[in-house]
Design a protein around this ligand. Structure first.
Ligand code: LER
Ligand code: MN
Length: 272
């Protein structure tokens, strides 16, 4: 398993679950110094992750880009894929498509988190799920053409009413034949929604594409009460070889959250 740490480039997401806030360069450098394998980026839009600058940082530090979040489409522009307004859904789909392309150019998958939206008042659930299916099909096809998977993240009940539990999302993807979509299991959301985190992870099998590595309180793993050792054993048994990416609040500071994450990661790696 590989380690990653998040950086937000979106001032409007201040206070959100991201470790680094002071730009790409500082994030890559601190992550490299602490021994992380990769950085996960939450950018304001496709232009923020284009081209030579990130390639230069990747080369200089030897780090990869683990994944790129699309949530700024919601945070900044209030776009989402299940909006009752077709023009908003269209803009949301274009935003996601552009993010998939820039992510793929950095060798990374894009994530559908907040941009999935919700079943809005006055919309039938079946209709919203059809919109979600259509958007996931388009996104995963684009990602496939670019040699990537596309990641779908079930969120807790306070953030969406689409799918809150891992198995509900996995069944939906299965039933709709969305084989190019991987699931992003965020341990913070899981802690709120799952009866048993280990069983929920294990049931995902090869669908599991990425992990948001967060403790029960959304602080760095080691600062809450999630049994990380038990989950690590489950992931190892599953043969999971992807990222554990720290999407956590910068508590008590960015530096201490990053250090604690790496300390925990090393301790997990040492488990027999
Ligand atoms: C939001 O709560 C979250 O977990 C992000 O990864 C999705 O944008
Ligand atoms: Mn997450």
């Amino acid at each position: 398993m590989k380690s990653a740490i998040t950086v937000s480039l979106v001032p409007e997401s201040r206070g959100g679950p991201f470790v680094f806030w002071d730009g790409l360069e500082a994030a890559f450098e601190r992550a490299a110094a602490l021994g992380f394998d990769a950085v996960e980026i939450f950018p304001s839009g496709p232009e923020a992750v284009e081209g030579a600058r990130i390639e230069g940082l990747r080369r200089r530090t030897g780090l990869a880009v683990a994944a790129i979040g699309t949530g700024a489409g919601w945070v900044k522009h209030k776009l989402h894929l299940c909006s009752p307004e077709s023009a908003v859904r269209g803009r949301a789909r274009r935003f996601v498509a552009e993010m998939i392309e820039v992510a793929a150019s950095q060798g990374a998958p894009a994530i559908l988190g907040s941009m999935q939206g919700r079943v809005e008042a006055g919309v039938e659930r079946a209709q919203a799920l059809d919109w979600l299916e259509e958007a996931l099909r388009e996104a995963s096809e684009l990602a496939r053409q670019a040699g990537q998977t596309f990641l779908y993240e079930p969120l807790n009940r306070y953030e969406t009413n689409l799918f809150n539990r891992q198995q509900e999302a996995a069944h939906f993807l299965e039933e709709r034949g969305l084989s190019g979509v991987g699931i992003l299991a965020d341990w913070f959301h899981m802690n709120l929604e799952e009866a048993n985190l280990g069983e929920a992870l294990e049931a995902l099998g090869p669908r599991l594409g990425h992990v948001h590595f967060a403790d029960s309180n959304r602080r760095a793993v080691g600062f809450g009460h999630t049994d990380a050792g038990a989950l690590w054993r489950v992931l190892r048994r599953m043969g999971y070889a992807g990222y554990l990416s720290a999407e956590v609040v910068a508590w008590p500071s960015s530096e201490e959250a990053a250090e604690r994450t790496m300390q925990t990661f090393r301790a997990l790696q040492a488990i027999e």
